[in-house]
Design a protein around this ligand. Structure first.
Ligand code: NAI
Length: 331
């Protein structure tokens, strides 16, 4: 039998946490033969709710779940973890300035970076979900210098999956037959959902999404804005932000990273830019990646037309501004 893997979920008493921990305990993230020990962190005002989540995990009698640590102590939470899913953060409240929200999250991610660096297992893989996800991940990277930068990522897989969903609905095809959309840039409304290289498996062989949709106005307009604004649409409909889809996509992100992407398929991940596609180095930016042997690599050599170039630049500019704002909060 395999040794259990320790998975940390911060913000575990929140909405996404509540959807995510049972998925992890059922093997959705790491596989049906991989035992897990869940580490759940939240803050003292949520401690009682967190203890309730722990009770439910016990009650659900998950065969793969070999232990649960539920705590408000960040050191205890980080001890020996192999995977860290950072969902906890400070939400933007009405009337708050961007800078105030950034400042709260910078201080959270700075201190949690230090705790992970000091106490997590060597080679711990980190996925930041909490917003501003890319910049929180960047702060985590800066303050955990001994964690390899390739181990620190942020979630744009939900946006990627949303793009697959829109294409599959528009063409009335199975979602599993659509692949290789790309989310470039920030997990925000400046992200660029790109179908230039996306394909669909049909009974007549593989076709490009562009030839099948045959409506560039839709692909360059409504498709992009629907994916960009999908989070807001969910809030409007549900009165709460996306939770089950965020949790499921977080599982997809980690599973593909650990197990590998299928041959010929890429996925979107927010990773530390090395300057690929002329994206400024030193930002956490969403790229198309393939994964093998537990490591991602950016897909190289894709053609970028002028329309796309503009959009890649625009979201990079926003991330550079966020980075500057984050640093101004540190000063
Ligand atoms: P929520 O408010 O229901 O839960 C957040 C939890 O984090 C709360 O239980 C809170 O007590 C906890 N928390 C706050 N500060 C903490 C700290 N310092 N350490 C540990 N825990 C802390 O929010 P929800 O809906 O679960 O969303 C969580 C985050 O994920 C938000 O920042 C949201 O914007 C983001 N998000 C990101 C998505 C993505 O695709 N990257 C998609 C959807 C949401």
């Amino acid at each position: 039998a395999k040794d259990p893997v320790r998975v940390l979920v911060t913000g575990a008493a929140g909405q996404i946490g509540y959807a995510l921990v049972p998925m992890i305990a059922r093997g959705v993230m790491l596989g049906a033969d991989q035992p897990v020990i869940l580490h759940m962190l939240d803050i003292p005002p949520a401690a009682e709710a967190l203890s309730g989540v722990k009770m439910e995990l016990v009650d659900a009698a998950f065969p793969l779940l070999k232990g649960v640590v539920a705590t408000t102590d960040v050191v205890e939470a980080c001890k020996g973890v192999n995977i860290a899913v950072m969902v906890g953060g400070f939400p933007r409240k009405e009337g708050m300035e961007r800078k105030d929200v950034m400042s709260k999250n910078v201080s959270i991610y700075k201190s949690q970076a230090s705790a992970l660096e000091a106490h997590a297992a060597a080679n711990c893989k980190v996925l930041v979900v909490a917003n501003p996800a890319n910049t929180n991940a960047l702060i985590l990277k800066e303050f955990a210098p001994s964690i390899p930068e390739k181990n620190i990522t942020c979630l744009t897989r939900l946006d990627h999956n949303r793009a697959l969903g829109q294409v599959s609905e528009r063409l009335s095809v199975q979602i599993s037959d659509v692949k290789n959309v790309i989310i470039w840039g920030n997990h925000s409304s400046t992200q660029y959902p790109d179908v230039t290289h996306a394909t669909v498996k049909t009974s007549a062989g593989e076709k490009t999404v562009r030839e099948l949709v045959a409506d560039d106005a839709w692909l360059n307009g409504e498709f992009i804005s629907t994916v960009q604004q999908r989070g807001a649409a969910i809030i409007k409909a549900r009165k709460f932000s996306s939770a089950l889809s965020a949790a499921s996509s977080a599982c997809d992100h980690i599973r593909d990273w650990v197990v590998g992407t299928p041959e010929g398929t890429w996925v979107s991940m927010g990773v530390y830019s090395d300057g690929s596609y002329d994206v400024p180095a030193g930002l956490i930016y969403s790229f198309p990646v393939t994964c093998k042997n537990g490591e991602w690599s950016i897909v190289q050599g894709l053609s970028i037309d002028d329309f796309s170039r503009n959009k890649l630049n625009k979201t990079a500019e926003e991330l550079s501004e966020e980075k500057a704002l984050a640093y101004s909060c540190l000063a």
